[in-house]
Design a protein around this ligand. Structure first.
Ligand code: HEC
Length: 229
């Protein structure tokens, strides 16, 4: 190795050392950005907030520039019917008094309810509704205080409220199940385990909920004037 080469190598080492030392000096552990466009793309990004990097808001000029926006507070999606009972003991009691299953009962509803129960509920509440689900039997979940037994002490509204918000150790299922599915489950639990006798309704099920949505859409639709030919 000749001297000249060593000399160059040591200069390079010094430069590298300086860079690596200064690189860590910035507050919050953030290094100065080399070619910031590579980190904060100038193109439109839907979900990226370029003012934020790993939880640090370094450059407020870029903050909150993402294109996906929070909806204005109080807005609801089209066709969505808000649930008017609060997640409180009073809301639970009120829902229990006022809410009635809007879905007519028939074989299809029963079958759908059974299927949903098998997907979302059976691992806790068990095949017989006695709280003997596999999670409980394998000691992965504490015993379930609710047993779906014969007798209909638990009202439909309370059940719907619980599936919507959850109760005690049971979590909310409103993100997985729409209202129609929740009411089908209520039907299923009441007929299969609580032995409710329901008159079969051979008309189309789901009437009320769907009708509610349709009337809203119709009311909102602009009036188109008909022109005679
Ligand atoms: C992770 C376990 C778990 C799952 C999954 C689960 N539950 Fe529950 N459920 C519970 C527990 C625990 C309670 C008792 C809550 C309490 O009173 O503290 C309960 C209570 C209930 C009650 C009684 C509510 C009341 O008002 O007393 C109903 C009805 C119910 N569950 C329905 C369902 C339905 C329908 C599903 C499926 C969509 C489901 N649960 C899924 C654990 C679960």
């Amino acid at each position: 190795m000749n001297r000249k080469y060593l000399n160059r190598l040591s200069k390079f080492a010094i430069v590298a050392a300086v860079i690596s030392i200064t690189a860590c000096k910035e507050e919050g552990g953030m290094a100065p950005e080399y070619m910031p466009d590579m980190y904060r793309s100038p193109s439109i990004e839907t979900y990226v907030d370029f003012g934020e990097l790993r939880g640090n808001y370094s450059d407020t000029n870029y903050t909150n520039k993402m294109t996906a926006r929070q909806p204005v507070s109080g807005t609801i999606p089209r066709g969505f019917v808000p649930y008017g009972y609060e997640n409180t003991p009073e809301g639970y009691e009120l829902a229990g008094q006022n809410l009635k299953n809007p879905i007519a009962y028939n074989d299809k509803v029963a079958a759908d309810g059974k299927e949903l129960y098998g997907m979302f509920c059976v691992h806790c509440h068990g095949k017989t509704g006695q709280g003997d689900g596999t999670l409980v039997e394998r000691d992965k979940f504490p015993p379930i205080p609710t047993k779906f037994v014969e007798g209909l002490a638990l009202t439909e509204g309370k059940m719907f409220h619980t599936i919507t918000y959850g109760k005690g150790l049971m979590g909310s299922h409103s993100s997985q199940l729409n209202k129609e599915e929740r009411w089908k489950l209520v039907h299923y639990i009441r007929t299969a385990f609580m032995k409710e006798v329901v008159v079969q309704d051979t008309n189309v099920a789901v009437v009320d909920i769907i009708e509610e949505v349709i009337t809203e859409v119709v009311e909102e639709a602009p009036v188109v004037e008909e022109h005679g030919h």
